[in-house]
Ligand binder design. Structure first.
Ligand code: AVI
Length: 314
């Protein structure tokens, strides 16, 4: 265990140094989610400007009967990411004949806590946690004869944080997880006015700025680096050509930072690109999934800001 942690830490350090030594500096967004980052993200989901969570919940609530019909009876519901959110509960409250609920998460500690709470509130549901990085191939529990339909629940428009290549790879993996009838219930953020998108990622309380800068705090904590977070400014911009929000940390001055024994220097105004969050039209998304899935149902809010979609495996 200690060994695999050491390997992961050195892989993380390699990735960080590699990203910061490129001409266009980058840090991987998957490193946002340490304990502090997860707490900050939770605060983001409750911000007025961050419409995504609110709209998705509203869509699930307003269409719950149809959604439950699509999931069907005797389904294995597999949730990627957190298994504790209100969105999961919305589904579990309505699914009477679920065969099993299978939350998949990379954080064992977090997943077990969530599962313990859900087991207390839903004693009739069979809950089988799987510890895995769902961006790689993983195995689902062998429930052979005991379920009819497998549904992967992937809310929050997390798919938007994958690059186009990663999205294709991910969809292929999801389609390969079952050899029988299978679907996906997925949250997808939609293209809209730049002002609304940029406000969602440059909130007035500065929570997203803290979330973004927490990447530097984390590198300081875990690798003894000396980033001065006061000398970086958070900025999120909508890149309309690429259909994505891009998050950056801009260096306010010429400076250099020491990470382990490596020096990384910044010009004034030079930035680290920390995240992409892709936004889709319904047509874009349909064509992206079409190799592996058919879009069976689309539900949106009244402003068409966000969509929840039911996809059938081809
Ligand atoms: C997790 N993910 C869908 C969020 C998003 O909107 O791309 C992460 C986030 N980044 C800044 N605010 C929220």
């Amino acid at each position: 265990m200690a060994n695999s942690k050491a390997v992961n830490e050195s892989a993380m350090l390699d990735e960080i140094l590699h990203g910061l030594k490129r001409p266009n500096k980058r840090l991987p967004s998957k490193y946002f989610y340490d304990e502090m980052g997860s707490r900050l993200f939770d605060q983001i989901t409750r911000l007025e400007e961050y419409y995504l969570t609110r709209k998705e919940k509203e869509i699930l609530q307003n269409n719950i009967d149809e959604i439950v019909d699509n999931i069907g009876t005797r389904a294995m519901l597999v949730e990627l990411g957190s298994g504790s959110s209100q969105k999961t509960r919305l589904l579990l409250d309505q699914l009477d004949n679920l065969s099993a609920y299978v939350p998949v998460d990379i954080s064992e500690k977090y997943l077990l806590k969530a599962v313990n709470e859900l087991r207390l509130d839903y004693p009739r549901v069979t809950i089988i946690p799987v510890f895995a990085d769902y961006t790689n191939t993983f195995r689902l529990p062998d429930l052979s004869g005991s379920y009819e339909n497998q549904v992967i629940f992937f809310p929050g428009s997390t798919i938007g944080n994958f690059s186009p290549d990663e999205t294709q790879q991910f969809l292929q993996t999801m389609a390969s997880l079952s050899d029988r009838e299978a679907g996906m219930l997925i949250g997808v953020d939609l293209k809209k006015d730049r002002e609304i998108l940029e406000a969602a990622y440059n909130d007035s309380k500065g929570i997203t700025a803290s979330f973004n800068k927490n990447l530097l705090v984390r590198v300081n904590k875990e690798f003894g680096a000396d980033f001065n977070t006061d000398q970086f400014t958070h900025k999120a911009t909508y890149n309309a050509g690429k259909g994505r929000i891009e998050m950056h940390l801009i260096s306010d001055c010429e400076q250099s930072v020491l990470i382990k024994d490596e020096e990384v220097s910044f010009e004034e105004g030079e930035y680290i690109h920390t995240e992409n969050s892709y936004k889709y039209t319904l047509e874009d998304f349909e064509s992206i999934v079409s190799k592996w899935f058919t879009v069976k149902e689309v539900w949106t809010d009244e402003d068409a800001f966000f969509s929840v979609q039911y996809l059938d495996k081809k």
